[in-house]
Design a protein around this ligand. Structure first.
Ligand code: NAD
Ligand code: AHE
Ligand code: ZN
Length: 368
C-alpha cells in the first residue's frame, strides 16, 4: 500500500512529504493507521545528525497513537480496530531483560531497531524500489506503519488520539521517571532541569506523589508560568543566579532528594548530581546528549552517597504500563491537554521543529 510520510533524507535538512510504498505486516507484525503523533526533542536530535544511530533516509517520529488495520500471521494480542500506541521500548516478556524485572529495556529486537530495520532485518518502507529506514521501531511521521506485535500497547477506545499520542513518549518518560525509576516518596524535595515536554511531566508526577519543594530550572523565562500550573514551587533561571547548585542547596537545606536532567546537556547533568543531598541524593538523567559527550564529577560526590542514574521511557514496561497511564489521563489524574500547545497538519511538520527550536511550543502534535 501507499502511505504519506515526512521523510528525513539527510541530517540537518527539513523533512519532506512523500508518498512511500509500505509492505504489509509479516509474521508477528501489526499494520497501524497513525492518527496523531507528537514531535519530541529526540526527533530533532536525530535529525540534527548528533545521534550515532541516526540513519538516513528515514521516517522519524516515535510518539504516536492510532488504530490497528491488519495483523500478520501469529499475532494474538491485538486485532483489527484496536486502539494502540506504538512502543519504541517494546516488551516481549521473555528476553533476559524482561524476565529480570530489573529493567524496562527489552532487548529482543534492539539490534535491528537501532539499524532502522524490522526484526527480520528488512524495511517495510520504500520509494522507487529503494529502502527508506524505520526509526526507533515506530516511525510515527508516517500515516501507516508496520511494527512488531511486542511493540504495541493496546489502549482503551474512548481515549482521544490527539492527546494520548504524547503518552507514546513524553508523558510516560517524565511521569514514569518519578514513579517507576525514582519511586519517589511524598515529602521529597525535587529539582527538574529543563521545563519542556519531558520536565513538565516530571513536575506533574512529583506533585502527584506529594513532593514538598519542586524546583524548576530553565533558561527560558516563559516556562515558569506553565510549570507553576503543574506544581513547580520555585523557579531558577540560571542566567539570574551566580551559582545554580548553591541556590538549590540553600533552598533545600543541604540539597535535593531527587533531581532530573531533562535537557541533554552534560554541564547540567553535573549540576543536577551536585545539587542533591549528601548521603542519599539521587540524580536521574533523562536528557539525551550528543555522540561523544561525556559526563564528569568528582568521585567524592558519589563516595559521599549521591547516586547517578538514568531513565529510558520512564522505566515503563510499555505493554503493561502504557494502558494504565492512558487510564490515569482519562480519570483526570494526569493533565495532557494544556501541554499540547500546537496542532499541525503533516505538511506543516517542519513548523513543529521550528517552534521547538524557538522555545515556543511544549508539544506540537501532527494530526493525520
Ligand atoms: P524540549 O525542547 O521540550 O525541552 C527542553 C527544555 O530545556 C526547554 O524548556 C529549554 O528551554 C530547556 N533548556 C535548554 N537549555 C537549557 C539550559 N542550559 N539550562 C536550563 N534549561 C535549558 O525537550 P523535551 O522533549 O522535553 O526533551 C528533553 C530531553 O529529554 C531531550 O534531550 C530528549 O532527547 C530527551 N528525552 C529522553 C527520553 C528518555 O527516555 N530518556 C525520552 C524523551 C526525551
Ligand atoms: N540512539 C540514541 C539513543 C537515544 C536514547 O537514549 N533514546 C532513549 C529514548 S529517547 C525518546 O525520546 C532510549 O530509550 N534509550 C534506550 C535505548 O535503548 O535506546 C543515541 O544517542 O545513541
Ligand atoms: Zn521522545
Amino acid at each position: 500500500m501507499k502511505t504519506r510520510a515526512a521523510v528525513a533524507w539527510q541530517a540537518g535538512q527539513p523533512l519532506s512529504i512523500e508518498t512511500l510504498d509500505l509492505a504489509g505486516p509479516r509474521a508477528g507484525e501489526v499494520l497501524i493507521e497513525v492518527k496523531a503523533t507528537g514531535i519530541c526533542h529526540t526527533d530533532y536530535y536525530t535529525l540534527s545528525g548528533a545521534d550515532p544511530e541516526g540513519i538516513f533516509p528515514a521516517v522519524l517520529g516515535h510518539e504516536g497513537a492510532g488504530v490497528v488495520v491488519d495483523v500478520g500471521p501469529g499475532v494474538t494480542s491485538v486485532r483489527k480496530d484496536d486502539h494502540v500506541i506504538p512502543l519504541y521500548t517494546p516488551e516481549c516478556r521473555h528476553c533476559k531483560f524482561c524476565l529480570s524485572r530489573k529493567t524496562n529495556l527489552c532487548q529482543l529486537i534492539r539490534g535491528t531497531q537501532g539499524k532502522g530495520l524490522m526484526p527480520d532485518a528488512s524495511s517495510r518502507f520504500s520509494l522507487d524500489g529503494k529502502p527508506v529506514f524505520h526509526y526507533m521501531g515506530t516511525s510515527t511521521f508516517s500515516n501507516y506503519i508496520v511494527v512488531p506485535e511486542i511493540a504495541v500497547a493496546k489502549v482503551r477506545p474512548d481515549a482521544p488520539f490527539d492527546k494520548i499520542c504524547y503518552i507514546g513518549c513524553g508523558v510516560t518518560t517524565g511521569v514514569g521517571a518519578v514513579i517507576f525509576t525514582a519511586k519517589m516518596e511524598a515529602g521529597a524535595n525535587v529539582v527538574v532541569f529543563g521545563l519542556g515536554g519531558i520536565g513538565l511531566n516530571v513536575i506533574q508526577a512529583a506533585k502527584m506523589v506529594g513532593a514538598d519543594k519542586i524546583i524548576g530550572v530553565d533558561i527560558n523565562p516563559a516556562r515558569e508560568a506553565m510549570a507553576r500550573q503543574f506544581g513547580m514551587t520555585h523557579f531558577i533561571n540560571p542566567k539570574e543566579v551566580e551559582n545554580v547548585v548553591d541556590a538549590i542547596v540553600q533552598l533545600t537545606d543541604g540539597g535535593a532528594d531527587y533531581s532530573f536532567e531533562c535537557v541533554g546537556n552534560t554541564t547540567l547533568m553535573r549540576q543536577a548530581l551536585e545539587c542533591t543531598h549528601k548521603g542519599w541524593g539521587r540524580s536521574i538523567i533523562i536528557g539525551v546528549a550528543e555522540a561523544g559527550a561525556e559526563i564528569s564529577t568528582r568521585p567524592f560526590q558519589l563516595v559521599t552517597g549521591r547516586k547517578w542514574e538514568g531513565s529510558a521511557f520512564g522505566g515503563a514496561r510499555g505493554r503493561t504500563d502504557v494502558p494504565k497511564i492512558v487510564d490515569w489521563y482519562m480519570e483526570g489524574k494526569l493533565r495532557i491537554d494544556e501541554l499540547i500547545t500546537h496542532r499541525l497538519k503533516l505538511e506543516d511538520i517542519n513548523e513543529g521543529f521550528d517552534l521547538m527550536k524557538r522555545g515556543e511550543s511544549i508539544r506540537s502534535v501532527v494530526l493525520y
